[in-house]
Design a protein around this ligand. Sequence first.
Ligand code: SF4
Length: 376
Amino acid sequence: MNKESPGMFLKAIGFVRNRLKELPNRDFDYKKAVSEIVIDSSLTEALDRLDEFSHIIVLYWMHKAVTSQLRTKVHVRGKQELPLVGLFATRSPHRPNPIGMTTVRLSERQGNILQVEGLDAIDGTPVVDIKPYIPRGDSPTDARVPQWITSQQSTSRMLINIYHQLMTHYGTQHWWPAREPFEVIVGAILTQSAAWTNVAKAIANLKSANALSPVALRQLPQHEVADLIHPCGYYNAKALKLKSLVNWLGKNYNDDLDKLFDNDIDLLRQQLLSIHGIGEETADSIILYAAHKPIFVIDAYTRRIISRIGLISENSYAAYQTLFMDNLPTDTRLFNEYHALLVRLAKDACHKRPLCQQCCLNNLCQFYIGGRLEKD
Ligand code: SF4
């Protein structure tokens, strides 16, 4: 049957305003691009309560895309070395109806203007529609993509996808359990090689002995500190670490954590690392969860998951941290939640002997896709 399809009429609801006057090259990174979407003022009311969503889906008309001489088979991302596939199996802008679609972060709404991050559209692009992003419906946990996509996905897209899939599956983790910054610092030291349930018991002991403050810990003999934190293991070594911390804090900052946290991240990290018993993971946990500054915490769980997914070949702490920090927006809340979600996945499925069948990331994990585990 060769019946001609009826024509359709689309009306722009607004347009994009940003600094991109021309199409940038293929490798341009849009994730930090800030744009405004100016909606027709007659539709301002239709935007009410949209800003309660962190992300929105924007549909737009790629008016500069070439749609004459359409090719129905194209190379992925226009690269000859990548597979030749059907046009509709790609996101090529050169399609019969050049409709683009991007999920973006909604930073702000002012009247009929939406400020967004990550929109891959140029200045003047007509906007066709806007919808709220709802993870439960828009991010299916059993989505399957071919390997030629996963192996070509940019690292940042991959990291964002991992985050969304974890968030959809597990939800917010509400880290860190402690409320006071000093308690977070003590917890970060006590949790070294210890389960949090045991750390919680040690902290409860310190609280009931009125010893959870720099002054009180300085006054207590080291063996008494060790007795109080006994439940979390390595109590003699950890008592020495706590004593070193509070002595340093008194001497250098007069116990004023706000003053300590006023330092920029690099200096703060450098200072924390100079204290006996504080290594990179502990220092970064303190910076993220006590000082609320954006740094990505790397632990053994993160290394296991990310190396199995196939995103990294190096094994140093710095290489893992750079991977996240160079490819994600610098956002304290995102780093906090992402780390907590990875820990959750490691405890739930990505064990030393992983339970890949029930893992919410198995659609993009090379360890699983590559069949390194029996898929029984
Ligand atoms: S699929 Fe398996 S190896 Fe990969 S992240 Fe999940 S549990 Fe870990």
